[in-house]
Design a protein around this ligand. Structure first.
Ligand SMILES: Cc1cc2nc3c(=O)[nH]c(=O)nc-3n(C[C@H](O)[C@H](O)[C@H](O)COP(=O)(O)OP(=O)(O)OC[C@H]3O[C@@H](n4cnc5c(N)ncnc54)[C@H](O)[C@@H]3O)c2cc1C
Length: 264
């Protein structure tokens, strides 16, 4: 079946066109076009917008705002977004990163969505024509969302506070067994004063490791200090099972990899 593609100069017009049954927004197309090619008959038309705000990256005053159509490759190249380079380079290989957008990554079901895991740890705000939402709220309601995401904004992490790890079986571009992102701040005595940890593949979408975050507060980043956090790491998780790994395996190895992330 032929797919109709409609391009609009404004997000508002594209949003209106998305009200038609069977239409989907087109980011880089790495998932939605693949689905259509594989016979997903629920997609009969694609809608995109060329409004410049969607492709803009603005970094100022310690804040970053990234348009939803910005690709992983563009983020990796940006001189002021170096802290995120490891997370964007975790998304597929070079060809995928040249097409994959930040907007599409927010909707990518596990085992995908590695960059959304980083954005969750960064406590990003997701903007649509209808307003702004904390990323956690956005992710919880994304299945019912029909609004076009226009941008994502977040406070740039202080030097050395952002950590990211992706575990895959095929290096360097395999799909995730799991991914972990963390923003950890330390007090002058070295103890953890603030912790935000996000997990990928430990549910159908990125989730917070709240029990581990809580267990880290006031602790030092050494084997004894992190032990309670590792013991609590799987609390509230519901890992996916796919051809890469079973839910059981993911739950078994999460504390091991969280430990590595915290100790490096
Ligand atoms: C071979 C291969 C390897 C991959 N490896 C990885 C990987 O390692 N890690 C990873 O995270 N992902 C991976 N992916 C998945 C995918 O490429 C990325 O998640 C990518 O960021 C999706 O973005 P996209 O722009 O291509 O999304 P699209 O395919 O364009 O869209 C995906 C979904 O999001 C919706 N959407 C897109 N943009 C918006 C918007 N602005 N507003 C509202 N809805 C929107 C679409 O309607 C669609 O439902 C891989 C995919 C392939 C094919």
């Amino acid at each position: 079946m032929a797919l109709a593609l409609q391009t609009f100069p404004t997000v508002k017009d594209a949003n209106a066109a998305l009200k038609a049954a069977g239409t989907r927004y087109l980011g880089g197309g790495t998932l939605v076009v693949r689905a259509a090619n594989e016979g997903d008959v629920s997609v009969s038309g694609l809608v995109r917008s060329t409004e410049p705000v969607l492709s803009a990256i603005a970094v100022s005053g310690g804040m970053a705002r990234i348009g939803a159509s910005v690709t992983m490759a563009a983020i990796a190249r940006h001189p002021e977004l170096g802290a995120l380079a490891k997370a964007v380079r975790a998304v597929g290989g070079p060809a995928i990163r040249n097409m994959a957008t930040i907007g599409g990554n927010l909707f990518a079901p596990a085992p995908y969505g590695d960059f959304a895991v980083a954005l969750l740890a960064l406590d990003a705000t997701v903007s649509t024509d209808n307003g702004e939402l904390p990323i956690e709220t956005f992710l919880a309601g994304r299945n019912d969302s029909r609004a076009i995401v226009t941008s994502v904004s977040f406070t740039l992490p202080k030097a050395g506070t952002f950590r990211f790890l992706k575990v895959s079986r095929v290096k360097p571009k395999g799909v995730s067994v799991l991914s972990i992102a963390a923003v950890l701040e330390q007090a002058a005595d070295g103890t953890i004063s603030s912790a935000r940890i996000a997990l990928g593949c430990m549910a159908d979408r990125p989730m917070r490791a709240r029990a581990a975050e809580k267990a880290l507060l006031g602790k030092t980043l050494d084997r004894d200090g992190i032990a309670p956090a590792l013991a609590a790491a799987t609390e509230g998780t519901a890992p996916i099972t796919d051809p890469i790994a079973s839910a059981w395996y993911r739950a078994e190895v999460l504390p091991v990899h969280l430990g590595r992330l915290l100790l490096t």
